[in-house]
Design a protein around this ligand. Structure first.
Ligand SMILES: Nc1nc2c(ncn2[C@@H]2O[C@H](COP(=O)(O)OP(=O)(O)OP(=O)(O)O)[C@@H](O)[C@H]2O)c(=O)[nH]1
Length: 800
């Protein structure tokens, strides 16, 4: 159903107002026109009545004169004497009265007068004299107490002139006037008549009135003084008993008093005609207005219903009910007469299609995003987000009484990627995920939370034994190798275990504790598990501080280099200086190099540190040149991270070139362990370094590796024996034998040997005897700062 409101109701209201205003205006116009026409019609009627009245009364007077002359000729009065004339009229007076409707008659010569009836001689006298004087008949209407026709004709008696005057009443004339005009006629009493206090038309004491019976109600109608005034001026319209009348006066020439004729014309027909006309106009107007209204409504309803349709469609679109919106809009049609609203409808259809398709796409990508956020695409395991959510849910909903997490980080996963490629790494991660999934059950869930990091969340375990059992079985999961690209690869994981009470769970803390414990497991040799304990947090805190404060330490000169001299065992002259890094932390005090280097190696900071060391060493070389000690080489320790890429050596090369220093003034020390662990990489790197002209030393030789085959795999300049082989060299014969054989073997490769840790003269002497070419140790000097080194070298040259 169409609700008539809004645009339509406004249109209707406007049209109605316009219709009412125009109706009122046209009604006023028609009324004004009608009243003008009415006045014209009345004027015409009045004019006609006046003319007719004149003609009629003239004709009546003429007729009366003819009667008078007829009487004279019939009676042969001229042959009689006046007295005989008088007798004659006496005889026929009563007959005459009826036949001529006479009211009086007079024979007069001006002096003598014979009268019949009540003759108004006072008013006629002058007319009679005029007749006698002129010898011509005179006629006039005479009004005194009443109005009558009068005629005076000359008559000659024996040569004397008399007049015969006839006075006749007006009744017949009035009847005629009524017949001819169709209006009722009344003769107004002349002024001689007594004045009445009537408040109706009777005030005028109508003498003769036609149709008096039927006019009785009109004649009795009370009139106001203004109505009387209007009546006397121009005529008055009166309405009595559903009949309309127009009453007016006309004055006809008369003698004595004025002769006023009152006409009463029924104008009901005229009025009805006018009313009918008015009704007709209104009817036409109303019909036309209704027609316009209907047309407007018809032409407004279609667009309004369309607009309403679109409005409803918008609400449906807003609530994503696309199908209902489409159904409401209906099918697209090919219309001959399209308009903007139909075009808009089409646009709506297009918009719905587009929105629906966007919505669908959005839905699909949202689901994909949720999946990506919750499921790891490589392993199909839950992600870190899910783990955090799960831990929070456990904490909030009390679904468990205790929680343990096993934080796994693969050992040596990077080389898998580096050697076999990223894809192989992915396959390995997938296979590891598959194995780990095997442990999951109602209380055990597995997640991949990072690159090579996994977490097993174990809730409601019975006791620590259950965790131990679990940890051992997880370690066992890695025992069997993984078959990738036709190769069997073995990999292990370091596992940190942290527990918490489910009621006071703190997801961040739990994961951090797991991570710390895992780190500890790595530190202790990997492929093992460790339970978190508080002391680990202290170490972790230390690592965090080191990482955090490193940048500042360089700026504030907390880091500095010290140099430990290495002397020729024969001449005791300094030939090398080993550059060693020291960190004096303002709060933590002295931080041992292995501690902070170990931490810095986990990040880019190691490169930064190396660059700083290189710049400091170059300054030192420049100083040695300055004091003419260009025979001294400075050795720099390299960590395993520097062997991974060429960045360190490239930087060193560029800096030396920039400062014009020969690379052979620098010896790069690589520990035997580093060398063996990343053998291929290290070999490649050492070859590159020696090609560039750097010297290379194998540090801590004999610290644990048994195979010596690598010694012939590439070129190097020096071997530094590990301190553990030398600490009792002055007393321990076994140490002496081992060192003796090692020096022999290394010398056979033409490589000089450096012995570390000589603290006494005896040790020094023994090492020299055993063939060590260079000796380093507290006996010679502790590692010293630049200023002390300056003094040390000065002393040496002084001794020489
Ligand atoms: N193939 C593959 N490798 C990844 C992915 N995510 C991270 N990695 C690699 O995994 C390695 C993880 O680094 P580390 O844990 O430091 O390497 P690691 O050799 O296991 O070292 P340790 O943990 O000290 O034994 C990095 O080389 C990353 O590039 C992955 O989705 N696929």
């Amino acid at each position: 159903m169409i609700r008539i409101r809004g645009l339509l109701s406004k249109t209707l209201l406007l049209v109605t107002i316009v219709a009412i205003v125009s109706l009122a205006a046209s009604y006023g116009f028609v009324t004004a026109q009608q009243s003008k026409r009415f006045e014209a019609q009345i004027e015409e009627v009045q004019y006609g009545h006046l003319r007719v009245s004149h003609l009629l009364f003239d004709q009546q007077l003429e007729e009366l004169r003819l009667h008078a002359e007829e009487l004279i000729s019939l009676s042969t009065l001229s042959r009689k004497t006046p007295e005989e004339g008088k007798l004659y009229f006496q005889e026929i007076w009563s007959r005459l009265q009826t036949s001529y409707s006479l009211s009086s008659l007079s024979l007069s010569d001006g002096d003598t007068r014979y009268q019949f009836g009540s003759f108004p001689s006072k008013y006629i006298e002058s007319m009679q004299k005029e007749t006698i004087r002129t010898g011509n008949a005179q006629s006039a209407i005479i009004c005194h107490l009443e109005c009558e026709l009068s005629t005076s004709v000359p008559i000659t008696f024996n040569h004397s002139t008399w007049t015969l005057t006839l006075i006749a009443d007006l009744a017949q004339s009035v009847e005629f006037l009524n017949l001819i005009t169709g209006s009722n006629v009344g003769i107004l009493a002349p002024s001689e008549a007594p004045v009445t206090s009537e408040t109706s038309l009777k005030r005028y004491i109508t003498e003769i009135i036609t149709g008096a019976g039927e006019l009785e109600p009109l004649l009795n109608t009370d009139l106001s003084e203004s109505q009387f005034e209007q009546l006397e001026n121009s005529g008055l319209r009166l309405s009595v008993n559903n009949s309309e009348y127009f009453v007016w006066f006309e004055q006809i020439d008369s003698i004595a008093y004025p002769f006023n004729v009152m006409f009463i014309r029924e104008i009901s027909d005229l009025i009805n005609q006018q009313t009918a006309q008015k009704q007709q106009v209104i009817l036409i107007f109303v019909t036309v207005t209704l027609g316009i209204l209907l047309t407007l409504i018809t032409f407004s309803i279609i667009p309004i219903s369309q607009i309403n349709k679109l409005r409803r469609a918008i609400s449906l679109i807003a609530s994503k009910e696309y199908n209902t919106a489409r159904y409401r809009l209906g099918q697209r049609k090919d219309r001959r007469f399209n308009d903007e609203l139909y075009d808009l409808e089409d646009e709506f259809r297009n918009a719905i299609d587009m929105l629906e398709s966007y919505e669908h796409e959005l839905d699909v990508s949202q689901k994909r995003l949720v999946r990506q956020a919750t499921i790891d695409s490589t392993t199909g395991l839950y992600t870190r987000n899910v783990l955090v959510d799960d831990l929070q849910v456990i904490g909030k909903k009390n679904t468990a009484h205790n929680v343990a997490i096993f934080f796994l980080d693969l050992d040596g996963f990077k080389p898998v990627n580096d050697n076999l490629g990223h894809e192989a790494g992915d396959i390995m991660l997938k296979k590891i995920g598959y194995r780990l999934k095997g442990v999951s059950n109602k209380f055990i869930k597995v997640y991949r939370i990072g690159g090579d990091e996994f977490v097993i969340c174990y809730t409601n375990y019975d006791a620590k034994d259950a965790l131990l059992e679990m940890a051992e079985s997880v370690v066992q999961l890695f025992a069997a190798p993984f078959h990738i690209y036709e190769t069997n690869i073995t990999i292990s994981a370091s596992i940190g275990i942290a527990t918490q009470d489910a009621s006071s769970i703190d997801a961040d803390k739990l994961l951090r504790y797991g991570d710390i414990a895992m780190y500890q497991a790595k530190e202790e040799g990997k492929n093992r598990f460790k339970f978190f304990d508080e002391s680990m947090e202290e170490k972790a805190q230390l690592r965090f501080t080191i990482k955090n404060d490193f940048a500042n330490s360089l700026a504030e000169n907390q880091l500095f280099l010290v140099y430990q001299p290495i002397v020729d065992s024969s001449s005791r002259k300094v030939t090398k200086l080993e550059a060693l890094c020291r960190w004096q932390h303002p709060e933590l005090g002295f931080i041992p190099p292995p501690t902070f280097i170990d931490v810095l190696e986990e990040s880019e900071n190691m490169n930064r540190l190396f660059e700083w060391i290189v710049q400091s060493v170059i300054r030192e070389v420049a100083f040695l040149d300055e004091i003419q000690r260009d025979d001294i080489i400075i050795s720099v320790n390299l960590s395993s991270s520097q062997l991974v890429n060429d960045r360190a050596i490239e930087f060193l090369k560029e800096e030396l070139e920039r400062c014009r220093i020969n690379p052979n003034r620098i010896e790069l020390e690589i520990t035997e362990t580093t060398l063996i662990t990343n053998f291929q990489q290290a070999k490649f790197w050492i070859e590159y370094a020696t090609d560039l002209g750097f010297r290379v030393a194998i540090d801590d030789f004999g610290a644990g590796y048994s195979s010596l085959s690598y010694l012939t795999a590439f070129n190097y300049n020096t071997v530094k024996l590990d301190r553990s082989l030398l600490d009792k060299i002055d007393v321990d014969e076994r140490q002496q034998r081992i060192v003796g054989s090692l020096t022999q073997m290394i010398h056979s490769l033409s490589v000089p040997i450096v012995a570390e840790g000589a603290e006494t003269e005896a040790q020094f002497e023994e090492l020299r005897k055993l063939g060590c070419d260079y000796i380093q140790g507290y006996l010679i000097s502790k590692p010293i700062k630049h200023d002390d080194l300056v003094i040390f070298l000065q002393n040496e040259s002084d001794r020489a």
